[in-house]
Ligand binder design. Structure first.
Ligand SMILES: Nc1ncnc2c1ncn2[C@@H]1O[C@H](COP(=O)(O)OP(=O)(O)OP(=O)(O)O)[C@@H](O)[C@H]1O
Length: 581
């Protein structure tokens, strides 16, 4: 809360000042009722003292006639100003709240973009999306509510001062009674934070179920999971209804119990005012009016605090996410050395473990130069894709060094280093846009001719006539309108369009038939650009002409050589090759 209040302090102070001025004018307006009632009862209140005397002297000082008409016009003017200021206060509060929401969303998004990818894997895109959309929204509501409470408190303060000026003893009785009744009501109700936490949990679950069922729409049907998802969704919706109704029911109970308690207190004061004090009708009337205005203020504060308590879990979650992200070292940051071109890449005794602690790479060494192709082969789970993650600085090695032309890649400017890499991942992601937009993601300034050339090499042109709008065809979310092999070819085309030095192919053609695969590789070999190529393939026939083949088993390089050398040495490679022949 402290941090939220610190956001844009000057705007916050502005809201408080405006609220204070509005509250003051409310007090003045209420106070003006006193001379208005007095003047209707006696013709010469000019010798009055106390609050009434204050008004009389003020009017004398500015030479305004102290008549009923002038008093009523003054009351109208004061009230106009008071509500105008309230409007400005509400406006400023909205600016503050919505800007705070923007700030949280910006910080969260930027931290996610520049933070480590494994945080996204760990928390899940569904929960992060929920934080980004819903929780930041509620968090902004907290800021607005906090300043709203400040305004109400100030207004309540003015009523109290006015009531104290008129009757200190009755005011003390009123304050004690209102406080006791408020605390009693709060004590009876369950804490809002617990219910709010349940609401936040259910929101997470709703996001998870809806995202999984939409993104996995095909698998959900093919694996007959529809009933399972429908049940999960219905159950989550039930929990959503129960927790939300509970929160709102408690709010309604709080409001009505408070109002009831306040009515009783005010009735008691009316009785006490008439029976036990000698206040004039005008003073007692204005006093009761002030208390009457004060009791909904107490109500409102109570209600707002309860709502605030219920929304706090959302802000806490967003804060937790931001803190966790700040605590993580992002391997992508750091390094500022410039790099324009790369001739050679070396892996030197590189070891790496994910958070689970198990060693995935163990002293892996290999090198590749421009004009060469090296292949990484080995059983599933051996660590081949992890090598690519390290190369792209999505992860950083725990030990050993990866160097580009002798410089550790961690010392390089990460943007420039990634400019030198053209990676076709095992499971490439296509963006929701046209074919042209997808091919040019790594080189936005590429000419149409360059896009077409990359598509020719990657054999995208083979299925281009089938696309309704050619290069302008919308590919849908994650290229849903393409086959697996077509998606792979788009991913290869976009890698080739980059002006890179190191080409990384991670199972890049696994879904292509042999003919097209062959044509793609021939096309790449005939390109003018001389790549240092790192190729990963399960189908060994696609890498048998590599300059060097490294066999990776359980995270270690167990053998290295050309296809013929490895066959002759009769090791793991020869075994794998035999099973595929
Ligand atoms: N993000 C991750 N977090 C934790 N462990 C991971 C992560 N990615 C991969 N692993 C683990 O690291 C090991 C190596 O995975 P990797 O994907 O590098 O293997 P691979 O040789 O490319 O396998 P495949 O040929 O099946 O693609 C596996 O045991 C896998 O479970």
């Amino acid at each position: 809360m402290y941090e939220a209040a610190q956001f844009r302090p000057w705007l916050g102070i502005g809201v408080v000042v405006v609220s204070f001025a509005a509250a003051f004018l409310e007090g003045v307006g209420l106070g003006l009722l006193l001379p208005i009632i007095e003047i209707t009862q006696s013709s010469s209140p000019t010798d009055a003292d106390g609050l009434l005397g204050l008004f009389v002297r003020f009017y004398e000082r500015f030479g305004i006639p102290f008549t009923l008409e002038y008093l009523i016009v003054s009351l109208g003017a004061v009230m106009f100003l008071r509500f105008a200021l309230s409007f400005v206060g509400g406006w400023l509060r909205a600016i503050l709240g919505v800007s705070y929401q923007r700030e949280l969303r910006e910080r969260l998004f930027d931290s996610l973009m520049y933070g480590p990818v494994d945080y996204i894997d760990e928390v899940g895109s569904d929960d992060l999306l929920n934080s980004f959309i819903t929780e930041t929204n509620r968090a902004a509501g907290i800021v607005m509510a906090t300043f709203n409470i400040t305004e109400i408190v100030l207004r309540g303060g003015v009523y109290l001062i006015l009531a104290t000026l008129l009757s200190p003893v009755l005011t003390a009785v009123a304050v004690v009674s209102l406080t006791v009744s408020t605390l009693l009501v709060r004590y009876v109700l369950e804490p809002a934070y617990a219910v709010g936490d349940e609401v936040a949990n259910v929101n997470d679950e709703l996001q998870t179920v809806s995202q999984a069922s939409l993104q996995g729409a095909r698998d959900v049907r093919l694996f007959n999971m529809r009933e399972e998802f429908v049940d999960r969704m219905h159950e989550s919706l039930d929990r959503y209804v129960t927790s939300n109704v509970r929160l709102r029911r408690n709010q309604a109970a709080l409001q009505n119990l408070n109002q009831f308690a306040n009515v009783i207190v005010v009735f008691g004061l009316v009785y006490a005012g008439f029976r036990m004090t000698s206040l004039s009708i005008a003073r007692l009337g204005v006093f009761l009016f002030a208390i009457f205005r004060l009791s909904p203020v107490v109500n409102q504060i109570n209600n707002r605090l309860y709502t605030l308590d219920g929304q706090l879990p959302h802000l806490v979650r967003v804060r937790d996410r931001l803190e966790s992200l700040a605590e993580r070292d992002a391997p992508a940051t750091g390094g500022d050395q410039s790099i324009r071109t790369v001739r050679r890449v070396d892996f030197d005794d590189v070891s790496f473990s994910y958070d689970s602690g198990e060693r995935v790479l163990d002293d892996v060494s290999f090198s590749v130069e421009r004009g060469e192709t090296v292949a990484l082969v080995g059983p599933s789970g051996a660590g081949k894709s992890t090598v690519i993650a390290l190369l792209g600085r999505l992860q950083a090695p725990d030990a050993g060094e990866i160097r580009a032309d002798g410089t550790p890649i961690g010392d390089l400017d990460v943007r420039e280093w990634r400019e030198r890499l053209a990676v076709v991942r095992q499971d490439p992601f296509l963006f929701d846009g046209t074919l042209r937009e997808n091919v040019s993601v790594g080189n936005r300034n590429a000419s149409d001719r360059a896009v077409e050339r990359a598509c020719e090499t990657a054999q995208v042109t083979e299925f281009l006539p089938e696309l309704p709008d050619g290069y302008g065809t919308e590919l849908g979310e994650d290229g849903v309108r393409l086959s697996g092999g077509q998606k792979q070819r788009v991913a290869i085309a976009r890698a080739l369009l980059k002006d890179a030095d190191v080409l990384v192919l991670d199972e890049a053609t696994s879904e292509l038939d042999s003919n097209i695969e062959q044509t793609v590789y021939e096309g790449i070999r005939s390109l003018e650009s001389e790549y240092a190529t790192v190729s990963i393939a399960h189908r060994l026939s696609t890498v048998d002409d590599a300059d060097r083949i490294y066999t990776l088993v359980d995270g270690s390089v167990t053998e290295v050589g050309t296809h013929d050398q490895l066959l002759a040495s009769d090791g793991t490679y020869a075994e794998l090759y035999a099973t595929q022949s």
